[in-house]
Write a protein that binds this ligand. Structure first.
Ligand code: BES
Ligand code: ZN
Length: 627
């Protein structure tokens, strides 16, 4: 980093210019979701050596951490753990000799897990922790062969964001600390291990060899929530010069077809925001229980198979995860209350990628669907839940996850783009990614950069008061721009006539509608329709049993509201097959509103539970507990 910038940053943080050496040197905002004390000592590198026992649902081995001591009086390393069984901790002295270290494991906290306190009076360069995971580790999902597409082999995968990394690796589990990593993973011979890292097993051919022994290296410094591992019967198909799809053999061809535009997406984003800095961009398609649409694990996005609609209509999820290679993986939120810096920026960049590769109509429609959802949510959400930068003290880190950081965050950036013009705003954003590359930052750091590099550079266009309103006030500023869509406007008219029964299903002429048009239509119908109209829609458009997961979700939500029981067997099958949280939990919530619905929900859940990720389970159980 150039000195002039450090001085500006140091001044902003209230440090004297004399103290400012490097951005990495400045103190890290206290993260309420970690016990780590990065101002005393920081982990700079991790080496993992893990074996997998599918019969016991356990990963076991050792994590070796390289330390950078920052406080010469510090004599303790505090790590985050959750349900880990620690068997031995050693530290390395100056002569390279390893000896046992004393440690204690605090009583677990429901939200944070257990602090692991290691006494290290000599401030060693490295410590090694031998440990095993718990079969119920929050960050791992173990699948029996029956829960995979192939039905022959078991599967395990991690999901570390936000704070579940600590359930499979003892770490400073805060996004404010970044480190490089290497790993050696031992698996049954017939299976493949993949990680969010460079695959080290030889040249390209050998990269894909199966011998039960896999090595990885992530040379760039990443935050802990981007550590990722999956092991299973995983095949590979190249999709471009620096991209491939990994998936069960049953799924890999369809996935490669659906994601064939990935190289185009990378080139587009590079043109906008500078070089792709992670060498490869591969995608791992998980079994249907994967709880998210996608997860931006660096070099290897994890994705739900529900994005494979067959017509690329849901690939914006991939554009989103790719976008994180800049917003999030390169410039990271320093703590979870700043998650909009990850997700809002990414949603904005996602829109730009979709616009460039699939056209403005597509990106506008996707944004309008999201904006409509946010408006609906804000109509009934308490003011405190409408804030872009919330106070998360004492709260679950994942409480920050709603439409707010995504849609309100990207809407804010769209507003800036609108006001300053694309050319200026693109240059600003590119500079921002460059300036903060491989750093973890706070909203306040973003605001200081915004002020210096955009607001003050083109004065009179956007005030600081407006910035503060976006960040800290509820609602959406009245002048926030919205794209217009002729097709959605036309649909508004058709829908109104349909609701008023002046038009039947056929008269809607929906055969040519895109996935987004169907989403918009179903989202804006009243929550309850009469059986005759439901039957009419279903007969003409075959919505019950649709393979498009986003359309299915909205149709079944409407079916529940309308007590359209004809759709329930297909809905049940859908809810048992997929575990993507945002697509199933709201259906349980809708069912739980009536006593009969709640009974049905409980029956469905009993069958679905073994296939759901621990996180989806938690959310469904919460929905079913409510009276
Ligand atoms: N990083 C998120 C997923 C996530 C966020 C996991 C917070 C755990 C905690 C990922 O990039 C994401 O946003 N996924 C979305 C994709 C969509 C917005 C296109 C999802 O899973 O639905
Ligand atoms: Zn995201």
């Amino acid at each position: 980093m150039k000195p002039i910038r450090s001085i500006a940053l140091a001044g902003f943080l209230g440090l004297s210019a004399m103290n400012a050496v490097h951005a990495e040197e400045v103190s890290i905002e206290k993260d309420p979701h970690s016990y780590a004390q990065p101002d005393k000592v920081r982990v700079t590198a991790l080496d993992l050596d893990l074996s997998v026992a599918f019969d016991k649902h356990v990963l076991s081995g050792a994590a070796t951490l390289t330390l950078n001591w920052r406080d010469k009086n510090a004599c303790e390393l505090v790590l985050d753990t959750r349900d880990l069984a620690i068997s031995k901790i050693e530290s390395e002295d100056a002569t390279g000799k390893w000896s046992d270290a004393r440690y204690t494991l605090d009583k677990p906290d429901a939200l944070l897990g257990s602090a692991l306190r290691i006494a290290l009076p000599a401030q060693p360069r490295q410590v090694r922790i031998a440990y095993a995971t718990n079969p119920d580790a929050a960050g791992l999902q173990w699948l029996d062969p029956a829960q995979t597409a192939g039905k022959k082999f078991p599967f395990v995968y991690s999901q570390s964001e936000s704070i579940a990394g600590r359930s499979w690796i003892p770490l400073q589990d805060t996004p404010g600390v970044r480190f490089s990593y290497t790993a050696h993973i031992h698996t049954p011979k017939e299976l493949r291990a993949v990680m969010s890292a460079r695959f080290l097993t030889g040249s390209d051919g050998a990269r894909h060899a199966l011998d039960g022994d896999f090595r990885f290296a992530m040379p760039e410094k990443i935050p802990s929530y981007l550590l990722a591992l999956a092991i299973g019967d995983i095949a590979v198909k190249e999709t471009g010069p620096r991209s491939a799809v990994y998936a069960e053999p049953e799924t890999v061809a369809a996935a490669a077809k659906e994601f064939e535009d990935v190289e185009k997406m990378i080139v587009t984003t590079e043109r906008l925001y500078g070089p792709y800095r992670w060498e490869r961009y591969d995608i791992l398609v998980l079994p249907p229980s994967f709880p998210y649409g996608g997860m931006e694990n660096p070099r290897l996005t994890f994705a739900t198979p529900t994005v494979i609609a067959g017509d690329k209509s849901l690939v914006s999820v991939i554009a989103h995860e790719l976008a994180h290679s800049w917003s999030g993986n390169l410039v990271t939120n320093a703590a979870w209350r700043h998650v909009w810096l990850n997700e809002g920026f990414t949603t904005y960049v996602q829109g730009r990628i979709v616009e460039a590769v699939y056209g403005k109509q597509q990106s506008d429609e996707e944004f309008l669907v999201a904006a409509n959802e946010l408006r609906k949510a804000f109509a009934s959400a308490p003011a405190g839940e409408q804030i872009l930068v919330p106070d998360l003290n004492g709260k679950d880190a994942d409480d920050s996850l709603s439409d707010v950081p995504y849609t309100k965050g990207s809407w804010f950036l769209q507003t800036l783009e609108h006001r300053f013009g694309r050319e200026q705003f693109d240059a600003f954003l590119r500079g921002y990614f460059d300036h903060f590359a491989f750093q973890s930052i706070t909203t306040e750091q973003f605001v200081a950069y915004l002020k210096a590099n955009l607001l003050d550079k083109y004065p009179g266009k956007f005030s600081e008061a407006e910035v503060n309103a976006w960040l800290h006030d509820p609602g959406i500023p009245a002048d926030a721009p919205l794209p217009s869509s002729a097709r959605f406007a036309e649909q508004d008219k058709l829908r109104e006539r349909f609701v008023a029964r002046k038009l039947d299903a056929k008269g809607l002429d929906g055969r040519g509608w895109s996935t987004q048009e169907w989403q918009y239509f179903l989202d804006r119908l009243p929550p309850k329709l009469g059986t005759a109209q439901m039957q009419d829609l279903d007969a003409v458009y075959h919505l019950t049993g649709t393979h498009n997961a986003e359309v299915a979700f909205r149709w079944y939500r409407l079916a529940i509201g309308s007590d359209y029981t004809i759709a329930f067997p297909a809905m049940r099958e859908h809810m048992i097959r997929i575990g993507r949280r945002i697509l199933v939990v709201p259906l349980y919530e809708a069912l739980a509103k009536t006593p009969e619905g709640k009974r049905l929900a409980a029956q469905i859940y009993a069958e679905a539970k073994p296939g759901y990720h621990p996180m989806t389970r938690g959310a469904v159980e919460k929905a079913l507990e409510k009276k």
